[in-house]
Ligand binder design. Structure first.
Ligand SMILES: Nc1nc2c(c(=O)[nH]1)N[C@H]1C(S)=C(S)[C@@H](COP(=O)(O)OP(=O)(O)OC[C@H]3O[C@@H](n4cnc5c(N)ncnc54)[C@H](O)[C@@H]3O)O[C@H]1N2
Ligand code: MOO
Ligand SMILES: [Mg+2]
Length: 422
């Protein structure tokens, strides 16, 4: 008699998993290796930005008070005493009606408090002395980028758990972080199970298919910010699956298998979990695809038993593995971000369980549109290529029509959510 499994709601399954998830350790990495990693420390401004008053223009630094009488009818002439480019500082004291020719980024001489753009002056040379003349007054502070105007010392700029993007790299460089604390990436082992599986390089043979899941999951692992350890494929044989998985658990932080979790004669993952003594958190979820997705836990290590069907495998990863990786990486919103979007076509299938429709998001002015990616069975693989989101259709609904507003979970957003399950 086949085992009868009792399906649990998606929200219950996700909460069982994230309830056991733990934050990770940190390590130092070079700034040039840090892009895409997750910050393992808060970044505090250790000095003001800019660090000194500087010129935002190529021009002349003056004492504003000296320009107070300047006008069209009463041009004011200044003696130019030196020129400084960015990276250099004035060497002379600037006295009444003197100016320093100054370039963008150079430090404002101590006695000066305004900058006149090159375009606003006329320049002359009198008896070998450089001069410049202006025809309007300048106020103290005109055209000066002030020390600390962007950020003052001590400001917490970026929090631990933030994914390091190019802008974060710029901040790190600004404050002298040649190395930075990042969260250690979990190492996720990946096995594909199935006697029908061929390597990508192999020719098709009767009854066989190429192993797409392992490569797809490896890419999902990378998209989630973790590291992959590929263990290859296993044939449907209990003893060899058990030995390989037991051995693999020594070298990894989490394990993903695909296939072999349902109730078939050659679905050996349930037996492997039993033999390992792992605690099975659930083995049936009220969702499509991926209803047989199984998650087990052994000595602090997750064993994600994703379905063999490619679309089910894909969905299982995004719902269960991704938040665990995010929690390990200190991401404060570890789940997928839900948004509302308008369906561009009918989706008439009834939904006995919560259904995740692999889909593509587009934009129409300010509104979001969503289109199912194509062939939508659990075994579908080709429609995954267009997928960047999943429509969530609640269980017990009959079908949806073009124009209906539906809930969509984003797969490629840098913003997540605290809990999208209502
Ligand atoms: N009597 C029942 N049969 C099935 C049930 C059920 O409840 N009762 N559930 C069905 C559902 S739903 C799914 S989903 C599948 C899940 O099966 P498994 O997770 O055990 O996966 P397999 O049986 O090993 O394979 C399913 C399918 O996927 C293909 N596959 C497997 N691995 C790969 C891979 N690495 N790359 C590409 N494709 C792969 C495999 O060839 C099968 O076609 O069970 C249903 N059956
Ligand atoms: O788990 Mo299956 O993918 O529900 O179709
Ligand atoms: Mg099976």
């Amino acid at each position: 008699m086949v085992e009868r499994r009792k399906p649990i709601p998606v929200s219950e399954a996700v909460s069982r998993v994230v309830g056991l998830a733990k934050t990770g350790l940190t390590e130092r990495t070079h700034i040039n290796e840090a892009h895409g990693r997750t910050l393992g420390e808060d970044i505090v401004a250790v000095h003001p930005v800019p660090p000194f008053d500087r010129s935002p223009y190529d021009g002349f630094a003056i004492r504003a008070a000296d320009s107070s009488e300047a006008s069209r009818d009463n041009p004011q002439t200044f003696t130019v005493i030196e020129t400084i480019g960015a990276g250099y500082v004035a060497s002379k004291e600037v006295r009444e009606f003197e100016a320093v020719r100054i370039m963008t980024g150079a430090k404002i001489p101590d006695q000066c408090d305004a900058v006149v753009m090159l375009e606003l002056v006329s320049e002359t040379v009198e008896h070998g002395v450089e001069q410049m003349t202006i025809k309007r007054p300048f106020k103290s502070g005109d055209n000066i980028s002030f020390k600390g105007e962007e950020t003052s010392e001590g400001t917490v700029l970026i929090r631990k758990g933030k994914k390091i993007n190019p802008g974060v790299i710029a901040v790190l460089a600004t404050f002298g972080y040649e190395t930075v604390e990042v969260v250690r990436q979990p190492i996720i082992g990946v096995f594909a199970t199935g006697s029908e599986l061929l390597d990508v390089s192999e020719e098709l043979q009767p009854g066989k298919i190429r192993n797409s899941n392992a490569h797809m999951v490896a890419a999902q692992v990378e998209r989630a910010g973790a590291q992959v350890k590929m263990f290859g494929k296993l044939t449907d044989d209990l003893e060899s699956c058990y030995q390989a998985i037991k051995e693999a658990l020594k070298d990894i932080d989490m394990l993903i298998t695909t296939g072999g979790v349902s109730v078939g004669d050659f679905d050996y993952l349930p037996a492997v979990y039993e033999k390992l003594g792992a605690e099975v958190l659930f083995n049936k979820i009220a969702m499509r695809p991926g209803s047989v997705t199984t998650v087990a836990h052994l000595d602090g290590t997750f064993l994600f038993g994703l379905s063999g069907n490619p679309s089910a495998c894909y969905v299982g990863f995004e719902l269960f593995v991704r938040p665990v990786v995010n929690i390990q990486l200190f991401v404060d919103k570890p789940h997928l971000l839900p948004v509302q979007a308008r369906l561009t076509e009918d989706f008439l299938k009834p939904n006995p369980f919560t259904r995740f429709v692999r889909s593509k998001l587009t934009f129409d002015g300010g509104s979001l549109l969503v289109t199912p990616s194509g062939f939508n069975k659990s075994g579908a693989v080709t429609s995954l290529a267009a997928t960047d989101c999943m429509i969530v259709l609640p269980g017990g609904t009959r079908g949806f029509q073009q124009g209906d507003v539906v809930k969509v979970l984003l797969l490629e957003s840098t913003e997540g959510s605290e809990w999208p399950w209502g």
